[in-house]
Design a protein around this ligand. Structure first.
Ligand SMILES: Cc1cc2nc3c(=O)[nH]c(=O)nc-3n(C[C@H](O)[C@H](O)[C@H](O)COP(=O)(O)O)c2cc1C
Length: 317
């Protein structure tokens, strides 16, 4: 058994990646129930899907008794956010969650909390520089986010990223570009111990995004994916639509100027964060998807129909 399967307690090396706002509880549970591991995105669970955090976890646990995980976005800019995240981690640990995926920043404090209860932490990285910080923080594994990923994509292709990180002595999971069996097998053959998928699971019967979002992914080819710096302040992978073109892929001159100065940068990041939280919630409610706002990665290429999560995972094996 691989170290990754051992760390997660699952049988199929597939993670249902955390997705704001697309990770509804039924989707998370379905990935776990099918043998992979579904990851709870806490802001999605509470703010978008309307559950109290503990109640949401209990609902997911009523749908599956198999392991689930939790995503911790490390955001240092607000003490209130950090305090709330610590409270959520402690609830998750009480509820028996044994697997955490951290993104951004330095995950050392999450590792301390998790290891005290025998839980594992894998950290999202896009390059060696961040992986070294994760190693210093004593994480148990790395989620290697490559240039084809949905969400905040990296810049490095899967093979090169694997080669950059393989000597760190940690289990490596590939995130990005896997939408079908062929890509899944290819990533495992490179040496990755598992894959994390987001876009493929948006097009599943259990995911509650509006139908036209799923159809846009089914229709899209990899050339239709563009990267916008104008949605959250960092590169986000989206389907190229007239709406996205209208917004522009780059921040305007004033924002670019402010981003150069650290004391102004904080305000811009806060503005982007609040705007993106609001925009993305609109996506689930159908308002933004009507306008043509669809987050997805290059794995759109291999996705041609919706199905149950169970059948999707079965089709990879
Ligand atoms: C709509 C969307 C939202 C995402 N939100 C998050 C998030 O909140 N936290 C996170 O760590 N990763 C997030 N991701 C990244 C996914 O968890 C996963 O790593 C990525 O989708 C893998 O690439 P793929 O889309 O090609 O499968 C998101 C991805 C998508 C497509």
């Amino acid at each position: 058994m691989s170290k990754f399967l051992e760390d997660t307690g699952i049988t199929v090396p597939i993670i249902g990646g955390p997705m704001y706002p697309c990770s509804n509880p039924e989707l998370v549970a379905a990935v776990s129930e099918a043998g992979g591991i579904g990851i709870v995105q806490p802001i999605s669970l509470t703010y978008v899907h309307g559950y109290e955090f503990k109640e949401g976890l209990e609902y997911i646990k009523s749908l599956t008794s198999k392991p689930i995980g939790m995503n911790v976005l490390i955001e240092k800019s607000s003490a209130k956010y950090e305090e709330r995240m610590k409270e959520w981690i402690s609830i998750a640990l009480e509820e028996g969650i044994k697997f955490f995926i951290t993104s951004l920043g330095k995950p050392d404090w999450v590792v301390t909390l998790a290891h005290a209860k025998g839980a594992k932490v894998y950290h999202d990285v896009t390059e060696l520089k961040w992986a070294k910080i994760a190693v210093e923080s004593k994480v148990d594994g790395l989620i290697c986010v490559n240039a084809n990923a949905g969400g905040h994509a990296g810049d490095i292709q899967a093979l090169a990223l694997y080669n950059d990180l393989k000597d760190l002595g940690l289990p490596l999971v590939c995130a990005g570009g896997v939408g079908d069996k062929q890509q899944y097998e290819k990533m495992l053959s490179l040496g990755y111990l598992g894959v994390q998928m987001g876009t493929r699971f948006i097009v599943s019967d259990e995911c509650k995004v509006p139908q036209n979002y799923k159809e846009a992914i089914i229709k899209a080819k990899k050339e239709d994916i563009v990267y916008s710096l104008n949605l959250t302040g960092v590169k986000v992978s989206v389907i190229n639509t007239p709406y996205i073109q209208g917004l522009g892929l780059k921040p305007n001159v004033l924002v670019s100027y402010m981003l150069r100065y650290s004391f102004l940068k904080r305000f811009i990041h806060l503005f982007y964060m609040l705007r993106s939280i609001k925009n993305l919630k609109g996506l689930i409610k159908g308002k933004k998807s009507q306008q043509g706002f669809f987050q997805a990665g290059k794995s759109v290429e291999g996705i041609d129909a919706t199905d149950t999560v169970k059948n999707i995972i079965k089709s990879f094996l």
